[in-house]
Design a protein around this ligand. Structure first.
Ligand SMILES: *Cc1c(COP(=O)(O)O)cnc(C)c1O
Length: 347
């Protein structure tokens, strides 16, 4: 066995969906964009559909078309990027629901797919996607005369509950949707945790399903076990890896394991930062030297035997720990997990 094993617990994902569902009276959707945050859209979405999810969200029409193949006719598949040029056929054939982001997209939708359901994304202050308040004011009567299924917006600071931006965006969303009798959606994982004012009719959790912050009660979803290729002992003064970036100051036993930055294990996990470690048998085993493309060196002096694999992600340390060590966020760790792993699903 030479490849690292990425184990994805579909039951944990389903349990996290149920736990987020219990936090609101709203319908709980599921965000499965970017191949379900790198974990495999087909397997993950099917597990979520089995748990009861009926509304899915993807970033792109192409992702939606693939998801339709995986899920069959029933579930609603919403597309955040809306209706981009050239998407009409995919939207029609896969019965996708584009979240219309602009006047241009609305015209394209009405021209190419008259009568086809769509949603609208409003910009309540994030300035990323969606119609601005004035634009929406001019179009809302037209939109409402069409098969409009959902009005949504997205919070910029929902992972910071005390941030004043949350209340400002909530006000703006209320202002823009007042008097409209269409289902509304404002909250991703962070928004769900802000409380019932933010829940509206449909929620859109992503990261919380996959075990990441800010949903602290999430069950861990991912385990990553990396095989040991070789071990050696180094004496004080010897250096390890590219650039001699680590020097032993005592006698240590090192293991070289079979994964690196080509597998999404950030170079910033190397000892430039210094805290990153693997685990085995409850012992913490520091990464030493730089992360190479396919290899990482680990100080296993704390172990009495050499195990076949060392664990980088698991119950003892999660994607957010890796993110902290690498100076990024759990979302980026998950979506970077490489194609080279042996992927194993717990159903
Ligand atoms: C990615 C995304 C979500 C899910 O966000 P999480 O923080 O992962 O829960 C919801 N809505 C929109 C518009 C998104 O882009």
């Amino acid at each position: 066995m030479s490849k690292a094993t990425l184990t994805i617990d579909l039951q944990a994902i389903a349990n996290n969906w149920r736990a987020l569902d219990r936090l609101t009276k709203a319908e709980t959707g599921a965000v499965v964009k970017a191949d379900s945050y790198g974990l495999g859209a087909e397997r993950v979405a099917n597990a979520l559909a089995q748990a009861g999810a009926r509304q899915f969200f993807v970033a792109l029409a192409e992702e939606g078309a693939a998801l339709r193949q995986a899920l069959g006719d029933r579930p609603v598949i919403n597309v955040f990027s809306g209706h981009m040029a050239g998407d009409a056929e995919a939207i029609r054939d896969a019965a996708l629901t584009p979240m219309i982001n602009s006047t241009e997209q609305l015209l394209r939708q009405l021209e190419t797919l008259p009568g086809h359901p769509f949603g609208v994304q409003l910009d309540s202050g994030m300035n990323r996607l969606g119609m601005e308040p004035a634009e929406w004011a001019a179009l809302r009567d037209i939109a409402q005369s069409q098969p409009l299924t959902l009005i949504m917006s997205h919070l910029a600071c929902s992972d910071a509950p005390d941030h004043e931006m949350n209340a400002a965006q909530l006000r703006s969303f209320h202002d823009m949707t007042q008097g409209i009798d269409v289902a509304r959606s404002l909250s991703a994982t962070g928004g769900i945790l802000l409380g019932s004012d933010y829940h509206f009719d449909v929620t859109r959790p992503g990261i919380g399903l996959y075990g990441g912050r800010p949903f602290d009660d999430a069950q861990p979803v991912v385990t990553l076990d990396v095989p040991v290729i070789q071990t050696r002992t180094v004496t004080p003064g010897e250096t390890v890896g590219y650039g001699n970036s680590w020097t032993a100051d005592t006698m240590v036993t090192l293991a070289t394991v079979a994964a690196g930055y080509a597998d999404g294990l950030k170079r910033a996990l190397g000892n430039a930062v210094g805290e990153a470690c693997f685990q085995h048998d409850g012992k913490t085993l520091p990464i030493v030297g730089r992360v190479s493309m396919d290899l990482i060196t680990v100080d296993i002096s704390a172990l009495s035997d050499v195990p076949q694999t060392l664990q980088l992600i698991g119950p003892g340390q999660g994607v957010d720990d890796l993110a902290d060590w690498a100076g990024t966020i759990g979302y980026e760790i998950l979506t970077s997990l490489g194609a080279r792993y042996d992927r194993h699903y717990i159903a």
